[in-house]
Design a protein around this ligand. Structure first.
Ligand code: MRU
Length: 356
């Protein structure tokens, strides 16, 4: 998608370097950063310069490319793969991408390994882009139906950033919205601010603005009253890990939106590429829920009147805080899963029907 009218992807490989857009600086500064080593890739994931399940998967794949460029040695590659997987625990795409790369590279000789690694990382990237586009084409049908019945602007609520910045392009939750907008359907997006890191306000609103899509940032607690007032036609969110029984793990606060949607008969959709499905665990209590630094809660960052980025404390130093980054929305609260292969029920039957 576009930033100031110019098309970008979130990650690319150029002159033996991996290039990323530093998302910790958006929306105030647009900075392209070079990742030179696998440590740089690990650090970019940990500090959330890159974030969003599909994008951290692709970054991990390119991290392994950097590892080979740095030191073409099997034990170094294995260590790199373990450190990449451990860099963030909840999104399954990270492990999925590293496992796929390591499988492709197993038994490959030293002369060929770099080219094979590069081709596979590129394939992961291009596949995600294609899958997100298809998610958009499937999700578009739902928006079209609402628009046809309503004959007015379709109001869509989303949480966190499951936009193109969280993927390679198009996004998951935003892809149907971008496709609807391109088709001339009038859409307006309620953007949950998404405390503590404000990915909604900082990233989703930013990318929608850049594409000329009407949107309004709301506090994380405002979705309920908007749904009661009939001002939300549907919710679409992303996911970091979808269990094969249809339970959805996504950014903290998603569950409360789903509860509110259920209470108000608002359809609640989850958009995902198949790389986000965890086929191995059935019980959501086994999902490792990331707990991040409490400073993300106690401090906020923004720009002052001189356009300088400042970070300030917002509550007492003595106060304790707990910063859980994800929660789980049970399958029964999910109206449907929008995938690259079509829309299905959030259940084992639904998912297995699409992904044999
Ligand atoms: O902590 P983040 O910013 O990486 O969390 C991102 C989300 O929760 C997204 O909704 C999810 O990764 C889906 S991205 C298409």
């Amino acid at each position: 998608m576009k930033i100031e009218g110019k098309s970008y992807k979130t990650i690319w490989f150029e002159n033996n370097l991996v290039k990323i857009i530093d998302q910790t600086k958006l929306p105030h500064q647009f900075i392209i950063k070079d990742l030179k080593t696998v440590k740089d890739a690990i650090n970019a994931i940990k500090t959330m310069k890159v974030r969003g399940a599909p994008l951290i998967g692709a970054t991990a794949a390119y991290g392994l490319v950097l590892s080979i460029i740095e030191n073409n040695d099997l034990s170094f590659l294995k260590k790199s793969s373990e450190e990449l997987i451990a860099s963030r625990p909840t999104a399954i795409n990270l492990k999925w991408a590293v496992d796929r790369m390591m499988k492709k590279l197993s038994g490959v000789n030293d002369e060929d390994i770099l080219k094979i690694a590069l081709d596979e990382a590129k394939a992961i990237k291009e596949e995600d882009e294609k899958f997100c586009k298809n998610i958009g084409l499937h999700g578009l049908k739902i928006i079209e139906e609402i628009a046809n019945n309503k004959k007015d602007t379709v109001n869509i609520l989303t949480h966190c950033n499951a936009g193109w910045l969280a993927t390679i392009d198009w996004g998951t939750a935003t892809s149907p919205i971008y496709h609807a907008h391109q088709k001339g359907i009038k859409v307006h997006v309620w953007v949950d601010e998404t405390r503590p890191r404000n990915q909604g306000a900082n990233l989703t609103s930013y990318e929608l603005n850049e594409e000329g899509i009407s949107n309004t940032v709301i506090t994380d607690n405002a979705g309920g009253i908007l749904m009661q007032r009939g001002e939300v036609d549907m919710c679409i969110v992303g996911t970091d890990r979808t269990l094969f029984n249809g339970d959805v793990c996504n950014k903290i606060g998603t569950y409360l939106k789903a509860l509110s949607a259920k209470d108000n008969n608002v359809p609640f959709y989850v958009a995902l590429p198949s790389s986000t499905i965890d086929w191995s665990i059935k019980d959501h209590r086994q999902i490792p829920i990331e707990e991040r630094n409490s400073e993300e809660l106690s401090h906020v960052e923004g720009i002052d009147e001189n356009n300088e980025i400042k970070k300030v404390r917002i509550y007492p130093q003595k106060s304790k805080s707990l910063n859980l980054a994800f929660d789980v929305t049970p399958a029964e609260l999910v109206t449907g899963l929008i995938t690259e292969k079509g829309i299905c029920e959030a259940s084992e039957k639904g998912l297995k029907g699409l992904f044999k």
